[in-house]
Design a protein around this ligand. Structure first.
Ligand code: ADP
Length: 823
């Protein structure tokens, strides 16, 4: 009930103020003036420009038969007349004594610029006042700001215009309101400054109440003085009235200065950066808007000085006040106004201003046309009415969307943003795309200093960054973060109390991390409190404001569609991985069966040779020579057989991770010689030209003798296998910069450059090898590489198709205590 009463009071107050303002402004159009300039000083008024037979400096003694002493009095008398009226003006000049002239009054404002500026400025104050109260009717500071702004709007709009005599109550009310609005505007302003952004000290209460009482008394008295003066111009009360007016100006001056000082003192005392920023806007509004008003208008008025700049420009400066207040209110939620709900007021206000400007333009242009071209003005009004009817609605809609976009971007964008984010994330095919899309969208909606989109890694327990902006600190430390840290109740972000607006629930579990990594907010991307697929990590907002409820609503909604998108990606990836795994398994089983076939084929050749030659050996008539030859064949084939079986066994051990090496001090030269001897049979059979260059001094390495033998055998046997025409083999060993080097070089078919990368892969065989009659399982080089690695060595190949291949192997030389590997 009480609340409703309050609303009604505010409503009536605002409407009354508006009515007074409109009526006063309309009276400015018919404000009259003497046809010459005049001014006053110390109880005397003077003519200030030559006119007819008046000359500059003549003293004005009476206007319309009423004796006058000041310019203020003259204006009061003339405001009672209309332009075009003819009134007697009496002058005293030094030479000819008193003379009287019939002066035809002219328009006070010869162009309407001043009236327009007055109207715009005054209505801007009024609109802002209404907006403030509509937004926060129960806030003390908001109520005081409303009263201040609306009262000042009356002060601006009710600038003295025409008033009639006798029954022109409205004219009287306008005039009295002008005086009262100066007084009450000042006191409301001071009270507002005391209550914003926090309440002044309790001690200030009593002086405030006293001030209200004194001002009420002054108001009653000055209203009476004003009324009596207007009713009967020729009365001593006019002097009282003039004094009161001076007092009003001084009160305003004093209150503006004091209020600004209070604000500055509060500003200096406040340590909270956010509140400071709120005050800054108000302060700049005061400094830029009220400063010039004081300097160029109030001070010259009070001290009876000449104006330095034209009135309308001074008023324009005042416009800065409501504009900067509006920015402070909307941008920084000064007074914690719930802008989103109350935005209709802003549309309303803007539409109001628009209609007003519209009327003004039509009024001025019709006046202009009438004056200069002699057109009938009614035509314009009819045209204007049609135009308004046609344009108003589309214009209103334009304004609505403009206001939504500019002032309520968050709300405006909410529905659209959700749609956009959902459809954009659906289009994404990779995690990175999801990250980039989310980053862009969120940054558009809530501009932030830093932002990152993270998701859990494929292994599932860690976090990786999908995309980030200015979050290098997070990028560096992300490895330390676990997915399980992000588990939280759905819709409950991780944050710090100073980063979100009061009253917002949040999880403070990650406080230390958030502070350390300069994170303001983490919104987990989750479906329930047990599963999280990632998070939106936000730094401070660019505006420096805390995160609001609407920010969080927006982010939560985005988070749920982001969570879905990432989950979808995860499932896709899993499916894809399974497919690859399946493919791999198939390939492997194919390879294995191929391997079995090829190995058994390879095994067959030496076996059948052994069988044939042992049978031949059983023949009793065989010569000794022959039998030696056969035996060496059998031995050679057995070697080959052993090598093949070794390879298969070695590989299966390597594959299972069971391969072990027995390192010992090994002379590489000796090992090479032994292998060469073992391979001698095969090399001779193939009629190889052998070039052996073994270092004369021993070269020691820390090696496993069997493994090193296996390397050399595999490489030499490859040279034998892959040299069909040019059968040449060069084997050399040497020391090289503290390393031991073995080179196996042939002049065989060579390996194409594109295949060089793959030849060390298990089961890899070149297509040409595959097609030729040369058999193999593709295991030899894989085993070689494995052994070289285990010996901390390095293997490199140089090869050219048709010209042969050169394998370099380098091992670290043996040093005392050199224990290169232990596996
Ligand atoms: P395999 O000899 O059983 O096919 P490897 O692993 O020993 O398997 O060799 C892999 C492939 O590398 C061979 O199939 C062959 O194409 C190529 N290759 C290896 N050594 C030589 C060489 N000395 N000259 C030409 N090609 C070679």
């Amino acid at each position: 009930m009480v609340r409703r009463h309050k609303y009604i009071i505010y409503f009536v107050f605002a409407l009354t103020a508006l009515a007074i303002g409109v009526s006063a402004v309309s009276r400015l159009f018919i404000k009259a003036d003497l046809p010459f300039d005049y001014g006053s000083s110390r109880h005397e008024s003077f003519v200030e420009s030559d006119f007819a037979d008046f000359s500059k400096g003549d003293q004005i003694i009476a206007v319309d038969g009423i004796p006058v002493e000041s310019a203020y009095e003259i204006e009061l008398i003339i405001d009672n007349k209309l332009p075009g009226d003819i009134i007697p003006v009496s002058l005293a000049d030094q030479s000819s004594g008193t003379k009287t002239l019939q002066a035809t009054l002219v328009n006070y404002y010869d162009d309407n610029l001043f009236i327009i500026v007055t109207a715009i400025t005054g209505f801007a104050f009024w609109i802002l006042g209404v907006f403030v109260i509509g937004s926060k009717p129960n806030d003390r500071a908001a109520v005081l700001l409303f009263l201040t702004l609306v009262t000042f709007s009356v002060a601006i709009l009710s600038t003295s215009g025409y008033y009639g005599r006798g029954n022109d109550w409205i004219g009287y009310v306008d005039r009295i309101s002008h005086v009262l609005s100066y007084l009450w505007g000042s006191i409301f302003f001071l009270s507002f400054m005391m209550n914003f952004p926090y309440k002044a000290h309790e001690k200030a209460r009593l002086p405030t109440y006293m001030m209200y009482i004194v001002f009420s008394a002054i108001s009653i008295f000055s209203s009476y003085a004003c009324y009596v003066t207007l009713r009967d111009l020729n009365t001593p009360w006019h002097e009282v009235n003039e004094i009161i007016w001076k007092i009003c100006e001084m009160v305003l001056f004093a209150s503006l200065i004091t209020g600004t000082l209070i604000l500055i003192i509060k500003y200096l005392k406040i340590t909270d950066a956010e509140t400071k920023r709120k005050i800054e806007w108000i302060f700049w509004g005061m400094a830029l808007g009220v400063g010039p008003f004081i300097i160029f208008w109030l001070v010259p008025n009070i001290f009876e000085l000449k104006y330095i700049i034209r009135e309308e420009f001074i008023l324009t400066f005042l416009l800065v006040v409501p504009v900067s207040f509006a920015i402070a209110v909307v941008k920084y939620h000064v007074l914690d106004i719930e802008v989103i709900i109350k935005r209709s007021l802003v549309y309303f206000a803007l539409v109001g201003i628009l209609i007003f400007i519209y009327f003004e333009v039509i009024y001025i242009s019709s006046n202009y046309f009438e004056k200069h071209l002699g057109y009938e003005s009614k035509v314009f009004y009819i045209l204007a009415a049609i135009l308004i009817a046609l344009l108003l609605n589309p214009l209103r809609l334009k304004i609505k969307s403009f206001v939504d976009k500019v002032f309520y971007r968050e709300k405006y964008a909410f529905d659209k943003a959700i749609q956009k984010v959902t459809s954009a994330t659906k289009e994404c095919h990779t995690y990175e795309e999801i990250g980039k899309t989310l980053l862009e969208e969120i940054n558009l909606l809530i501009p932030v200093k830093s932002l990152a989109i993270v998701s859990k890694t494929l292994t599932g327990d860690r976090i990786r960054i999908l995309s980030q902006n200015n979050f290098d600190l997070l990028q560096k430390n992300i490895g330390a973060f676990r997915v399980k840290n992000l588990l939280s109740r759905v819709d409950l972000p991780f944050s710090l109390s100073q980063k979100v607006e009061p009253g917002i629930l949040f999880n403070n579990k990650l406080e230390a991390i958030l502070k350390r990594w300069q994170i303001a907010l983490i919104i987990p991307l989750s479906f329930d409190s047990s599963e999280t697929v990632g998070a939106i990590v936000m730094g401070d907002k660019l505006s420096g404001m805390r995160y609001s409820q609407s920010d969080l609503q927006l982010l939560n909604t985005i988070a749920s569609s982001a969570a879905l998108a990432i989950k979808r990606m995860e499932l896709q990836e899993k499916l894809f991985m399974e497919e690859i795994e399946l493919e791999k398994a198939n390939e492997l089983s194919e390879l294995k069966s191929y391997f079995v076939a090829s190995v058994s084929h390879d095994l067959k050749t030496p076996l059948s040779a052994i069988k044939i030659f042992s049978e031949l050996l059983q023949n009793e008539n065989i010569t000794k020579e022959k039998s030696r030859e056969y035996l060496s064949i059998i031995e050679g084939e057995t070697e080959r057989l052993k090598r093949m079986i070794d390879n298969v066994l070695n590989f299966s051990k390597i594959e299972k991770g069971l391969k072990q090496f027995n390192f010992s001090k090994l002379n590489l030269n000796e090992a090479t010689n032994v292998v060469m001897e073992r391979m001698n049979y095969e090399l001779n059979m193939q009629k190889f030209k052998i070039d052996k260059s073994i270092s004369s001094e021993p070269i020691y390495i820390n090696g496993d003798p069997d493994a090193i033998t296996s390397i050399l055998e595999n490489l030499i046997s490859n040279s034998i296998k892959y040299s069909e025409k040019n059968k040449y083999l060069r084997v050399s060993t040497k020391r090289l910069n503290g390393n031991a080097e073995v080179i196996i070089e042939d002049a065989g078919r060579g390996i194409s450059e594109s295949n060089l990368r793959n030849i060390f892969d298990p089961f890899y065989r070149e297509v040409s090898a595959e097609k030729s009659s040369v058999k193999g399982a593709g295991l030899g080089l894989a085993i070689v590489k494995n052994i070289v690695d285990a010996h901390s060595g390095n293997i490199e190949v140089q090869s050219e198709i048709g010209h042969g291949s050169k394998f370099h192997i380098i091992f670290p030389e043996y040093k005392n205590g050199n224990n290169n590997t232990d596996n």
